[in-house]
Write a protein that binds this ligand. Structure first.
Ligand code: HEC
Ligand code: HEC
Ligand code: HEC
Ligand code: HEC
Ligand code: HEC
Length: 407
């Protein structure tokens, strides 16, 4: 019954392509995307065909991103809240040009010099996984910064094609490049110079040197930060379902991501004695925790409570980078201020945890004979340099408690 088959196919094609009912070939002929505008093509334009990906990218659909405002009080007290024009659930990449924080930092730290080239890139060549010391992307001109890390910012090759993992028929020129599914794709912007422990923007190098090379895991950045699903990549086209990576990149603005990074175990090694060990284990990140900006910090609060829930004794630590060698930085490291602030507020400064690391913090609270609840809270702070009382930029990542007896 060939007639019915053809009829069904026509119906299906019309259903798959609402609008004008053309077949896919006709459609790609009629709507060809001219790539000669290169890096000036907005994400919104790409999003007219790649709808689900655009929704993830601009609204964090499928993630739990919350771009809370922060304040940069260590510098001049300005609030650097996000502009009201953009979704506060959008990904860091989509907001990189609208995020007032980098712009603010550029003004106060660099006298307005265009330094943030990775925040509004034109295009770049994917570097070799072993030698990421490549140049930086060319930035778009100042009037074109607002789009941030756009679709073309990652997908445009230096010769003006769109890179992706597949060999496809598309209404724009594409090139299949398997390296897009590896960490090399992220190296360009998530590493700066050679590895320097404690310096910011070292995530790729932390992954490569502490996680990948020693064999701690097979995951590349995408495996954790772009979880995949099966669907069409261009909804209105007659294209096969494929494994598609969700463009969500949850990081420090996601409770789920931050909570999955570290595990906490409390141990009382000698029965009856108030000596406690707090084991903090990096089980979830393929790099250091915290990573990225040196503003990030993790507070560890240890507390001993009586049966009414009253806190009798407490102790705190700040896990955050300490710059051991900053010879290639012209300005003094902001870490010094942070360490001073932390100790003034009663925190002991400890470096962050590398991939796979277990850290043991020791605490002997002064407790009389009796039973107590001891509790450890991990609080992730997006900007440890601002006032500690500002909680908008803090996330309680984990709370662990146990009972102890002191004799
Ligand atoms: C007119 C519709 C349309 C527009 C606009 C469009 N695309 Fe596509 N794109 C497609 C179709 C159709 C495919 C093929 C999908 C498939 O076979 O899964 C595709 C494929 C892709 C792929 C996969 C390539 C590969 O080798 O795996 C990428 C990446 C991509 N597009 C990025 C973009 C970017 C970036 C933009 C904006 C500059 C854009 N697209 C604009 C329709 C479009
Ligand atoms: C063209 C440069 C560039 C590339 C390539 C790039 N990133 Fe980013 N990424 C940035 C910038 C800039 C930010 C910070 C944006 C901000 O906070 O304003 C960022 C932020 C992030 C964040 C933090 C988001 C948050 O909410 O705190 C994650 C996670 C991330 N990137 C993962 C990745 C992964 C994984 C890749 C590789 C697939 C990648 N990035 C490739 C520039 C890039
Ligand atoms: C930070 C870099 C980055 C940005 C920005 C980005 N992509 Fe991607 N994209 C990737 C990576 C990496 C992959 C390959 C993921 C994988 O499968 O490992 C990819 C894959 C794709 C694919 C192929 C399907 C798949 O998941 O393999 C399409 C289509 C695509 N992107 C479209 C877009 C569109 C449209 C935008 C803007 C709304 C965009 N991308 C923004 C990095 C990016
Ligand atoms: C095994 C899973 C895993 C892998 C692999 C992984 N990450 Fe992460 N990533 C995490 C977790 C968990 C966090 C949250 C804890 C933290 O900030 O370290 C995170 C946080 C981040 C952040 C957030 C920083 C911020 O300030 O908001 C960035 C950026 C990032 N990762 C980039 C990358 C890049 C780039 C790669 C590859 C070189 C990568 N990640 C590989 C799990 C992973
Ligand atoms: C090599 C690429 C690159 C360059 C160059 C760069 N940045 Fe960034 N920037 C990033 C990435 C990636 C992030 C996300 C956090 C991380 O991994 O360091 C980021 C994050 C930031 C943040 C933190 C945002 C937050 O949410 O806390 C600020 C502020 C910032 N950059 C300002 C600047 C300024 C100012 C300059 C120029 C001195 C600059 N950046 C140059 C890649 C870059």
């Amino acid at each position: 019954m060939p007639g019915i088959g053809i009829f069904l196919f026509a119906l299906l094609a019309a259903f798959c392509q609402p609008g004008n009912g053309n077949t896919s070939e006709e459609r790609s002929k009629t709507r060809v995307l001219d790539l000669s505008r290169g890096a000036y093509i907005s994400s919104e334009e790409c999003g007219t065909c790649h709808r689900a990906i655009y929704r993830e990218y601009s609204m964090g659909f499928g993630g739990d991103i919350e771009q809370a405002g922060t304040a940069d009080r260590s510098i001049d007290g300005d609030s650097v809240a996000l502009s009201s024009h953009v979704s506060n659930a959008g990904t860091g990449h989509s907001l990189a040009g609208a995020d007032t924080f980098p712009g603010h930092a550029r003004e106060v730290e660099m006298g307005g010099e265009s330094c943030s080239v990775c925040h509004f890139p034109m295009y770049f060549e994917i570097p070799d996984l072993d030698r990421p010391e490549t140049g930086r992307p060319r930035p778009r001109p100042p009037g074109r910064e607002a789009g941030g890390v756009t679709c073309t910012g990652c997908h445009l090759t230096p010769d003006g094609k769109i890179r992706g993992p597949y060999r496809v028929e598309a209404p724009h020129e594409t090139v299949a490049d398997p390296r897009i599914q590896t960490s090399a794709m992220c190296a360009y912007c998530h590493s700066l110079g050679r590895r320097q422990v404690g310096k910011q923007t070292q995530t790729f190098l932390e992954w490569r040197d502490d996680f990948h090379r020693p064999g701690l895991g097979i995951q590349h950045c995408q495996d954790c930060h772009m979880p995949r699903t099966i669907r069409k990549t261009a909804e209105e086209y007659n294209v096969p379902n494929r494994a598609v990576a969700r463009h969500i990149w949850t990081g420090g603005h996601s409770k789920q991501r931050v909570s999955g990074a570290l595990s906490v175990v409390m141990v009382q090694p000698d029965e009856g004695k108030p000596d406690l060990q707090i084991h903090i284990i990096n089980i979830g990140a393929g790099h250091s925790v915290p990573t990225g900006s040196t503003r990030r910090g993790l507070f560890v609060f240890a507390e001993a409570l009586d049966d009414t829930g009253k806190i009798l004794r407490s102790r705190e630590w700040l896990l955050a980078p300490t710059l051991e060698d900053h010879s290639d930085t012209r300005r003094p490291p902001p870490d010094d201020t942070a360490i001073q602030q932390a100790s003034a507020a009663g925190s002991q400064h400890e470096s962050g945890l590398r991939a796979g690391e277990e850290r043991i913090l020791k605490w002997t609270p002064d407790l009389a004979t009796g039973s107590y609840t001891v509790r450890t809270r991990l609080v992730y702070d997006l900007n440890r340099f601002n006032d500690r009382s500002l909680s908008e930029d803090q996330t309680e990542a984990t709370v662990t408690s146990t009972r102890i007896r002191v004799r």
